[in-house]
Design a binder for this molecule. Structure first.
Ligand SMILES: Cc1cc2nc3c(=O)[nH]c(=O)nc-3n(C[C@H](O)[C@H](O)[C@H](O)COP(=O)(O)OP(=O)(O)OC[C@H]3O[C@@H](n4cnc5c(N)ncnc54)[C@H](O)[C@@H]3O)c2cc1C
Ligand code: SF4
Ligand code: SF4
Length: 373
């Protein structure tokens, strides 16, 4: 009888990382370090690599939880009641934070930061995994425990952040006792919210489907819409700076809706069609078909909302509970014209989002088909 092939990190290397399909979510490393196996680490370039191959248990869990493998796909679809083309949804709103300071720091309406603030201040979570901007337009994942830390992380810059690795590092205490003592400063944090792109949320959902540490600490997920990821450096290399006569350091804020929007310090706003930036999308993004963050509790993006507002998709009962409490307690306010629930099939906002989700799926199919030729 043929023995079933045991999968290991070698398979991830061959099928995902070496094929440029890894989006550096850090999920595989997070599992490995949180469980004290420590066979993997994040390398200098942000990609996972062996820390010590001899420690690898070859249990294949890193392979199963990677958002770029098809493993567990059907399980999470079932669990989250997935429907074409944007997953399950209950309500959709265009909304903004009521807090002017949050709105000023935010990418769109600051709803993501205000929902996190509501959860922190009302003891629903002990911390939120977010990512703060660095000087060089990158991001560093961090656990925000208060308003100041949340404000530092608000707003978007276009680089991936290895959130799930942060979770693994901080919560490696969950398994080996010695590390619990070492990480005592963090050990009372048992309930976390996670903000992430669809690939990051999918990795955590796969971990949760298998009940593996440290995913049990994530009690709420806010998923950002995502057409693709790229760095501003990549953008500048595309003769873009020359064409628009700008410098990267003059960019004050980056946003993406149906176009990429650059707000310059001078007040100038530059709109770039998404087709123009597709050439600099990572291969991993071109093979990714989730736009609306289908498995989050609440999804958020700028698409379809007027400037200064966030489009919010509430997907399940926990999402409904948090959103309605934050609304009731005055953390967020809805834009009156776009309130809609899942019974309204013809709402303009949901249709715009569905159209984009379908566009992304078609792009992915084309990419996969052309790679197979
Ligand atoms: C890589 C990326 C691609 C996106 N693509 C689209 C798109 O195509 N269309 C669209 O409508 N919206 C897109 N968004 C979402 C949009 O930019 C806003 O983040 C969203 O509308 C929430 O706005 P807000 O003002 O409510 O959030 P804020 O209150 O500003 O909070 C934003 C939160 O996102 C976190 N964050 C920022 N960057 C990252 C990152 N790289 N990885 C993980 N977390 C991060 C911050 O730490 C913060 O907690 C994208 C966001 C990102 C990060
Ligand atoms: S789990 Fe994330 S970091 Fe690890 S190989 Fe897959 S995409 Fe890359
Ligand atoms: S396009 Fe997909 S792979 Fe790329 S950052 Fe967004 S969710 Fe991740």
């Amino acid at each position: 009888m043929l023995q079933e092939k045991i999968l290991s990190f070698d398979n991830l290397l061959n099928e995902v990382i070496n094929q440029n399909l890894c989006n550096r979510c850090g999920g595989c490393v997070s599992f490995c370090s949180a469980n004290g196996i420590d066979a993997l680490k994040i390398g200098k370039d942000g990609y996972p690599e062996y820390a010590d191959k001899d420690k690898c248990l070859e249990d294949g869990i890193c392979y199963l939880i990677c958002p770029k493998t098809i493993e567990l796909e059907e399980e999470i679809k079932d669990k989250h009641n997935w429907k074409y083309p944007i997953g399950n949804w209950e309500d959709i709103f265009s909304a903004r934070s009521t807090d002017v300071e949050v709105r000023t720091a935010a990418t769109d309406g600051g709803v993501v930061s205000s929902l996190l603030l509501y959860m922190l201040e009302n003891n629903f979570i002990d911390g939120a995994i977010v990512s703060k901007r660095t000087e060089t337009c990158g991001r560093i994942p961090m656990i925000a425990k208060n308003r100041t830390e949340l404000l530092n992380a608000a707003g978007s810059f276009w680089a991936e952040a290895t959130h799930l690795d942060e979770l693994g590092n901080v919560y490696s205490s969950c398994f080996p006792v010695i590390k619990v003592i070492k990480d005592s400063a963090e050990k009372d944090m048992k309930r976390l919210a996670l903000v992430g792109t669809p690939c990051q949320i999918k990795a955590i959902r796969k971990m949760q489907a298998m009940n593996i540490v440290p995913s049990h600490l994530i009690v709420f997920t806010i998923g950002l819409f995502c057409m693709q990821c790229f760095t501003l450096d990549d953008l500048m290399k595309q003769n873009f700076a020359k064409k628009h006569n700008i410098k990267i350091e003059d960019i004050e804020k980056v946003n993406i809706k149906d176009k990429l929007i650059l707000h310059m310090k001078s007040g100038l706003i530059i709109y770039i069609p998404l087709e123009e930036i597709e050439q600099i999308a990572h291969d991993a993004c071109l093979a990714c078909s989730d736009f609306a963050n289908d498995y989050a509790d609440i999804s958020a993006g700028g698409l379809g909302s007027e400037d200064g507002y966030t489009s919010i998709i509430v997907r399940n009962s926990i999402g409904k509970q948090i959103y309605s409490e934050a609304l009731y307690k005055g953390y967020v306010q809805n834009h009156v014209e776009t309130i809609c629930n899942s019974k309204d099939k013809d709402n303009k906002l949901i249709n715009i989002i569905k159209d984009f989700a379908i566009k992304k799926k078609i792009r992915t199919e084309q990419k996969i088909n052309s790679a197979g030729k």
